[in-house]
Design a protein around this ligand. Structure first.
Ligand code: GLU
Length: 277
């Protein structure tokens, strides 16, 4: 069975207690004294350009991927020892609760409801919900114009779909898919009229298909992106919070943003304050 980061740390602590060193020059970091591995399985999205994307050559890119790699580095895990696992919106709590991932960096909003099942470090980014329509659309300008049976697509298990159900045009027809990329394809072929989720996610899709789509209206929610981990694993949460603060302080956060989703034209926001609860 895969050893978790927590197990690896326990093994390292035991090795230190017995007077051995866990970081000898020639020691492969993957094989420590107890036979455990210092590796991590991190949940990301695979289909969100600029944020979390699996590329055709099998590499991964995006702001969430950069955050994940930085945090892993601070936990003593090099990029080669990270396994990225696809974490669709509706499966995130379950993946954490089942121990299938060590933590998740996947445009994952911190909410009280989710905190009943998992814990969050962060926030490491703040976004807001918005709408994506075809570039030539003129009748959808914001959530208030989503009436008259307009077809709106969002993703199962997301705060975006929830918000539409709770707060917006009663006449809108909400269609829920498993991924935003499926929504964007439905928008492209005319099966739906608009896609709703966080503005930064929509900016990534829009930049991927120049001239095809546009983000409309002002953001109508506040989405604090956290790093989801096992409930009440305070030690790991504190270490991840330390890493997020370091990433912001040493300029890596800004650089990661500019190298990834910032290329879409989404303006660099002020970095958030980590919540030490
Ligand atoms: N940030 C929102 C959420 O966590 C929407 C994006 C997503 O589904 O990943 O539900």
């Amino acid at each position: 069975m895969r050893k978790t980061w927590r197990v690896a740390v326990a093994a390292t602590a035991a090795a230190l207690a017995f007077g051995t060193t866990a970081c000898g020059g020639s020691t492969d970091s993957k094989s420590t004294a107890g036979g455990s591995k210092e590796d991590l399985t991190i949940g990301i999205k695979f289909d969100q350009p600029g944020l979390g994307q699996r590329n055709p050559d099998g590499t991964y890119s995006g702001f969430d991927v950069e955050v994940a790699k930085y945090v892993a580095g601070k936990l003593g895990v090099q990029p080669d020892y990270i396994t990225f696992k696809e974490s669709p919106s509706a499966q995130r709590e379950t993946l954490i609760q089942n121990g299938e991932v060590d933590f998740i960096v996947a445009t994952y909003s911190i909410t009280d409801k989710r905190k009943e099942k998992v814990s969050f470090a962060g926030p490491y980014f703040v976004a807001g919900q918005s709408l994506l329509v075809k570039a030539d659309n003129v009748d959808i300008t914001g959530p208030e114009s989503l009436n008259n049976g307009k077809k709106l697509c969002s993703v199962t298990g997301s705060t975006s779909a929830q918000k539409v159900k709770e707060k917006f045009a009663k006449d809108v027809q909400l269609q829920e898919f498993d991924t935003y990329s499926a929504c964007v394809e439905a928008l492209r072929n005319g099966a739906i009229d608009a896609v709703t989720t966080d503005d930064i996610i929509l900016a990534g899709y829009s930049a991927q298909s120049p001239g095809d789509f546009k983000v409309v209206g002002k953001p109508f929610s506040t989405e604090n992106y956290g790093i989801g981990l096992a409930k009440d694993n305070t030690e790991l949460r504190n270490k991840i919070n330390d890493a997020i603060e370091a990433m912001i302080a040493d300029g890596s956060w800004k650089k990661a943003f500019e190298d990834t989703v910032g290329k879409s034209g989404y303006p660099l926001p002020a970095p958030p304050q980590v919540n030490r609860y």
